[in-house]
Design a protein around this ligand. Structure first.
Ligand code: CTP
Length: 413
C-alpha cells in the first residue's frame, strides 16, 4: 500500500487514538500502530486492563514513540484530565480489537475505564474492529449493541471469517492491519475537497482474445490507476475503478468493476460517466484486437495462423462526443504513453480527445511508466502549459494528479 517510504499526505499531522481490549488479536494492533506511525500519523494507545494480559504499554511505546496509556494514568496526576486531553486532539479513535464487553460498554455509554471514558469525550469518528468467538459476535445482545453504535455513526470493520483462538473456524477474526489502515484512510478522507464528487478511474492493460487460451495484451500493471483511486479516496471522492487488473489490493471504499477487453472497458466507462464529475483514463487500452476470435484453441498442426487485427473503439473520443451533448464528465484527464516527441505527441492527443489535462510519460525510461513503482511525468494543460516533474513514486504522481483535478473541478463549476 505504501511504496518507497512514501508517507501518504492523508496521515500527515493526524492524531489517531488507538484503543485495544482483551483479545489475542491485540498483538496485531501492535503492527497497526507501527504501520500508522510509519505512514506519518501520531498514534497514542490506550490499553484496557484485559488488553495488558496480551500486550504491554511498552510494546506500543516502542513502535509509536509515544506514551501508551492505562487506567492508572487516570489517577497518576500527570495531567488533571487525561481523557479530555487525549480526546480533544484525536482525529479518529480506533478500537482494535474491540471485545464484546467493550462494545456493550460503549453502547451503554459506561465510563468505568480510561478507554470508555475517552470514547465519551471525543468528537471525532470512531472505528471499531471486533474480535471474539463467533457465538459471542452473533449473540443478539452483541448485535443489538453494534446496531446502537452503527446508528450513532460509529464505523465497524469486520470481523472476518477464519480460524479463531479457540481453533474453531467462523466469523470473529479481527480484520488484518493492512485492511484497517485502508479503512482508516477512507474515514480520514471523508470530508476532503472531493466530498460528494464522483470520480471514474481506469487502470491496467486490456487483453484482447485470439482464441480460448491466447490473447494480445500490454505490460501495464495498473499500479498508477490504483494509486489514483486511492488518492481520490483520500480526498473524499466516491470512486469507481474500472480495472483490467485484479491482482492489486483495491483501496477501501473504491467500487471496482473488473473488465478484460477494450470493448468491455468502453461499455463500463460510457455507463459510469453518466453521473461522473471526472474521468481519469490511466488504463493502457488496446488500439487493435483480432477481428475474429475462436472459442476453441487454435491447433499447431493447422499451421501458423494469420491474425487479422481491427481497431478497437477509442474510448476518450467517444467520451468527448458524449460530453458535448451531456456535460458529463465535467473534467477529463488522459494519459499519453510515448516513446518519442513526448510533449508534441501528448499535446496533439490532448487536443484530439478534448482533454482538460494529459499526463505524459516516456515509456522507454527504465524507471518510469509501465510495470514499475515509479513514474516521471509531464503534465500538459488545456492552455498549453507544460510542467515536467522529477522521478516520483506512483503514489506521489497520483497525489499530484488529484490535486490538479481538484483545481480543474473548481474551475468547471
Ligand atoms: N485510450 C482510449 N481508448 C483507446 C486507446 C487509448 O481511451 N482505444 C486512452 C488511454 O487510456 C489514454 C489516452 O487515450 O488516456 C492515450 O492513450 P495512448 O495509448 O497514449 O494513445 P492512443 O490514442 O492510443 O494513440 P497511439 O497509440 O497512437 O499513441
Amino acid at each position: 500500500m505504501l511504496y518507497n517510504g512514501y508517507m501518504a499526505k492523508i496521515f500527515e499531522n493526524k492524531h489517531i487514538l488507538l484503543g485495544t481490549t482483551g483479545s489475542i488479536a491485540s498483538y496485531k494492533t501492535v503492527d497497526l500502530a507501527s504501520k500508522l506511525t510509519q505512514a506519518g500519523a501520531q498514534v497514542k494507545v490506550i490499553l484496557t486492563e484485559a488488553a495488558q494480559k496480551f500486550v504491554t504499554p511498552l510494546t506500543f511505546q516502542s513502535v509509536t514513540g509515544q506514551k501508551a496509556y492505562i487506567d492508572d494514568d487516570l489517577w497518576s496526576g500527570e495531567s488533571q484530565v487525561v481523557h479530555i486531553g487525549l480526546g480533544s486532539e484525536a482525529d479518529l479513535m480506533v478500537i482494535a480489537p474491540v471485545s464484546a464487553n467493550t462494545i456493550a460498554r460503549l453502547a451503554q455509554g459506561l465510563a468505568d475505564n480510561l478507554l470508555c471514558l475517552t470514547a465519551l469525550v471525543i468528537h471525532c469518528p470512531i472505528l471499531l474492529a471486533p474480535a471474539m468467538d463467533s457465538g459471542m459476535f452473533g449473540h443478539p445482545a452483541t448485535q443489538a449493541n453494534l446496531e446502537i453504535l452503527r446508528q450513532r455513526g460509529v464505523y465497524i470493520a469486520g470481523p472476518s471469517e477464519g480460524r479463531m483462538a479457540s481453533g474453531l473456524v467462523g466469523l470473529g477474526r479481527m480484520v488484518e492491519p493492512v485492511e484497517l489502515l485502508g479503512t482508516i484512510r477512507f474515514i480520514l478522507g471523508r470530508d476532503g475537497e472531493l466530498k460528494g464528487k464522483q470520480i471514474v478511474v481506469t487502470a491496467g492493460g486490456t487483453s484482447e482474445p485470439i482464441d480460448a487460451v491466447r490473447s494480445i495484451t500490454n505490460r501495464s500493471s495498473g499500479k498508477q490507476g490504483f494509486a489514483i483511486a486511492q488518492a481520490a479516496i483520500d480526498h473524499g471522492a466516491t470512486v469507481t475503478l474500472i480495472s483490467a487488473n485484479s491482482s492489486i489490493v483495491t483501496p477501501v471504499g473504491v467500487h471496482r468493476i473488473d473488465i478484460s477487453t477494450a470493448q468491455e472497458m468502453h461499455n463500463a466507462v460510457m455507463d459510469a460517466i453518466k453521473t461522473a464529475d471526472a474521468l481519469i483514463m490511466a488504463a493502457a487500452v488496446a488500439d487493435f484486437r483480432p477481428d475474429e476470435v475462436t472459442n476453441l484453441k487454435i491447433k499447431k498442426e493447422a499451421g501458423i495462423p494469420e491474425i487479422h487485427l481491427t481497431y478497437t473503439k477509442d474510448i476518450l473520443s467517444d467520451v468527448r462526443e458524449y460530453r458535448k451533448k451531456d456535460g458529463h464528465p465535467k473534467v477529463v484527464i488522459g494519459f499519453a504513453a510515448e516513446s518519442q516527441d513526448l510533449v508534441h505527441n501528448a499535446r496533439q492527443k490532448l487536443e484530439r480527445k478534448n482533454l482538460d489535462l494529459i499526463v505524459a510519460n516516456d515509456i522507454l525510461a527504465k524507471d518510469a511508466g509501465f510495470a514499475v513503482d515509479t513514474n516521471r511525468v509531464t503534465l500538459i494543460g488545456k492552455e498549453g502549459e507544460v510542467a515536467q516533474y522529477p522521478l516520483m513514486s506512483k503514489e506521489e504522481v497520483a497525489e499530484l494528479i488529484i490535486n490538479k483535478l481538484i483545481q480543474l473541478i473548481a474551475i468547471s463549476i
